[in-house]
Design a protein around this ligand. Structure first.
Ligand code: URP
Ligand code: ZN
Ligand code: ZN
Length: 454
């Protein structure tokens, strides 16, 4: 099937221009003003709309086992929601079980995703059992198309100590891989949580109290130290604080290859949400937690200036019933919230329309940079020869966000009731329309595993 996307405004990280796009054999075949129509190409009218490269969300957790339960979107639900939100590629996390070979970690994850995904996907590997064999195997995993690893500095069952982190950074960097870190200080979090619970402070809002901004900033600084010593690259996931960003800025100015992402929740929501009554604060229990207005402003500025290279959603939904696992103590509330579907709408409405970032920057941080940083060579740009992963985005369409109209299987949205302006109305993945005007018309299993190379 061929398509001719006509009369849209094509947006790139550096400019925007009116053009038609011819799509065939899954790739972009031509871009130009008034391309000739042909009987074998179906027309898509994008008049008055933007045509964006499909968003690349490098941080999702479909069906993630966490805290005695499993995040509520499987790969079918989660990638359908992603497509509705204009996301055409995700990179999810394969988390190693204790004693498991990393190759098995990847194949188990692929068994859950292949045949289910509506869009393309890749995998990061999270090592949790730091045996010499696992460290050795990193190189094979990089060669097999999963060159990026997330190491947790927190969560006792998964956490990497400093020795491991330093050596993993060295090993990945010397072999065309990269380490990402979840940067929070395990010791401080553990001690704070114990102290709060002992004082009877069990409600969701104490999750945030247990993780002040320096919990993140110290871990960011420490990970940067290991990247400097190990002469390697580092990527900080889900950065949430101005203090953490200060550490990253300092290192970047000294010339170290340190990159980071933030997430829409840290750009749009603040910690006052934890005061929602009737256990409502549990909806926002995620790690790191929501922060202050000042942190939020600093993150927008970091995005605009390029210190923060991209936005990932950290999509990790749990239903309110699942959240109630922590009714007696906030430490048992499964961490995470939905977000894969709302990133583009939020960045446009809260970012572009409020003058915090340009439209071009939105495209850079949601498509180009994540594709480049994570080695997705066919993705993230509207260029002849690239995969035809396209989004037709109506910048004037308004929508009130709510869980009933969003497509994640979750029973709440952290953005319930928020009105956004600008909505993806058509999403195409490798030249096939997946969502059109609110309808899912793609096929389950049409998405492919993408081998990446840094
Ligand atoms: O709260 C979060 N972020 N849950 C998902 C797991 C992680 O740490 O990214
Ligand atoms: Zn994390
Ligand atoms: Zn995450």
């Amino acid at each position: 099937m061929k398509y001719l996307v006509q009369n849209g405004v094509v947006v790139t990280p550096v400019n925007r221009f009116k053009a038609d796009i011819l799509v065939g054999d899954g790739i972009i075949q031509a871009i130009g003003a008034k391309l000739p129509e042909s009987p074998d190409a179906q027309r898509i009218d994008a008049s008055g709309k933007y045509v964006l490269p499909g968003a690349v969300d490098v941080h999702t957790h479909m069906a993630l086992p966490f805290g005695g339960t499993v995040s509520s979107d499987d790969f079918a639900d989660g990638t359908a929601a992603a497509a509705f939100g204009g996301v055409t590629t995700i990179i999810d996390f394969a988390i190693q079980a204790k004693g498991e070979k990393l190759a098995d970690t990847v194949s188990k994850r692929r068994a859950l995703a292949d045949g289910m995904v509506y869009i393309d996907y890749g995998l990061h590997v999270s090592i949790t059992d730091f045996t010499p064999a696992a460290m050795e195997e990193m190189v094979d995993i990089i060669k097999a198309g999963c060159p990026t690893f997330k190491l947790f500095m927190v969560y006792p069952d998964w956490a990497a100590d400093d020795y491991t982190l330093l050596n993993a950074i060295k090993r990945a960097s010397r072999n065309n891989g990269m380490i990402g870190v979840h940067a929070e200080n395990l010791n401080l979090v553990t001690r704070n949580v114990a102290e709060l619970l002992a004082a009877g402070k069990t409600e969701p809002k104490y999750h945030e109290v247990s993780r002040p901004d320096y919990v993140e900033a110290e871990a960011v600084a420490r990970a940067i130290m290991w990247a400097e010593v190990g002469e390697g690259k580092l990527y900080v996931v889900h950065l949430s604080t101005a203090r953490g960003l200060d550490k990253i800025r300092q290192a970047q100015r000294q010339g170290y290859p340190i990159m980071c992402e933030t997430c829409p929740q840290y750009l749009v929501l603040t910690k006052d949400k934890y005061n929602e009554p009737d256990f409502g604060g549990a909806k926002y229990v995620m790690s790191p937690p929501l922060r202050s207005d000042a942190d939020r402003d600093a993150l927008w500025k970091g995005l605009a200036s390029g210190e923060i290279s991209n936005v990932g959603s950290d999509h990790c939904p749990f239903s309110m019933d699942q959240k109630k696992l922590g009714i007696a103590g906030f430490d048992k509330i499964p961490n995470g919230a939905p977000g894969v579907e709302t990133t583009l709408m939020l960045l446009h409405s809260e970012g572009v329309l409020k003058g915090r970032i340009t439209l071009e920057k939105m495209v850079e941080v949601t498509s180009q940079n994540p594709a480049r940083i994570f080695g997705l060579r066919q993705k993230g740009a509207i260029e002849v020869g690239k995969d035809a992963d396209l989004v037709v985005f109506d910048p004037k369409l308004k929508r009130r966000l709510g869980y009933q109209t969003l497509h994640t299987k979750n029973d709440y949205s952290p953005y319930e009731g928020l009105e956004v302006t600008g909505v993806p109305v058509l999403t195409m993945s490798r030249g096939v329309v997946v969502c059109d005007n609110g309808k899912l018309i793609g096929s389950k299993g049409a998405g492919r595993f993408v081998e990446r190379k840094l």
